[in-house]
Design a binder for this molecule. Structure first.
Ligand code: HPA
Length: 269
């Protein structure tokens, strides 16, 4: 998968549309699309125009890429991802992520909306993902070939990028929690019993995305950072009864904090 002709095909389309250097790639999760409004001299391309990119939509996701300058850096922003729960395909983000290798493998920042299992990470706050738990079964590298599929996952969430985000949070005077993210396929939310299980297993955050993307990105040799926007407490905790409207609305409100964090991160990159 490391050198896939599909990546070159998309890379040449992007190059024809004026995309050359990329300093940082960012995937925006549910309700976070507004972050891309800050991009200057933006080139926007709907995923529908790019082979191998996901089709369809989820409310809260625009499904286009946006390239341009953000706080002095060239960024490629994916406004909206596709999730495993849409069609049962854990490789659905393979081409959008893999194409980054044709642009010098810039750091990849994956954002998501997540439920919190920790009283210290309240709805509306931001958290850095330190590690993940995947007990769902699907792994996007199933069916991949060669020894490269045995991807080491120690430090999958790059310690150097994590350090940069911590410094950026200090600079922006933002509190930034951190913890282990556990992937549930969704699209139903977890039961209170599942949330209790996740806590016992060592999770601090739960969500329906990101984990397959991190595995795919590591397979391609990309350095990854993961940021969660805490939109709710996990089901059953402190009366947590998560639903999608809340996820979308709280994430939109917290997008301002994410913008400030990214500003501080990018300006030091
Ligand atoms: N569970 C799963 N995914 C989520 C949640 C949650 O509580 N909140 C936002 N995305």
């Amino acid at each position: 998968m490391a050198a896939d002709p599909a990546f070159d095909e998309v890379a040449s389309i992007l190059a024809d549309r004026g995309i050359d250097a990329i300093d940082c790639a960012i995937v925006l999760g549910t309700g976070l699309g507004a972050v891309a409004e800050d991009v200057q001299d933006a080139i926007r391309i709907p995923y529908a125009e790019l082979p191998g990119f996901p089709r369809g939509e989820v409310s809260g996701h625009a499904r286009q890429l946006c390239y341009g300058t953000l706080h002095g850096r060239k960024v490629l922003i994916y406004q909206g991802r596709a999730h495993y729960y849409e069609g049962g395909d854990s490789t659905v983000m393979r081409v959008p992520l893999g194409v980054l290798t044709a642009f010098g493998s810039p750091p990849l920042v994956l954002t998501n909306a997540a439920g919190s299992l920790s009283a210290e990470m309240r709805p509306g706050s931001l958290a850095l993902i330190t590690d993940h738990i995947n007990l769902n079964g699907p792994n996007p590298l199933i069916g991949d070939r060669g020894d490269g599929r045995f991807v080491p996952m120690v430090d999958a969430y790059d310690p150097h990028l994590r350090g940069r985000f911590k410094r950026a949070a200090e600079k922006a005077a933002l509190s930034l929690g951190e913890g282990v993210y556990m992937w549930f396929t969704g699209p139903s939310f977890e039961t209170p019993a599942e949330i209790r299980m996740a806590k016992v297993l060592g999770a601090d955050l739960v969500g329906m995305s990101t984990v397959p993307e991190v595995i795919l990105a590591r397979r391609c040799g990309l350095r990854v950072a993961g940021l969660s926007i805490v939109t709710n407490m996990g089901a059953g905790l402190h009366g947590g009864t998560p639903h999608h409207t809340e996820t979308r609305d709280v994430a939109s409100l917290a997008a301002g904090a994410l913008r400030r964090l990214l500003r501080a991160f990018l300006s030091e990159l």
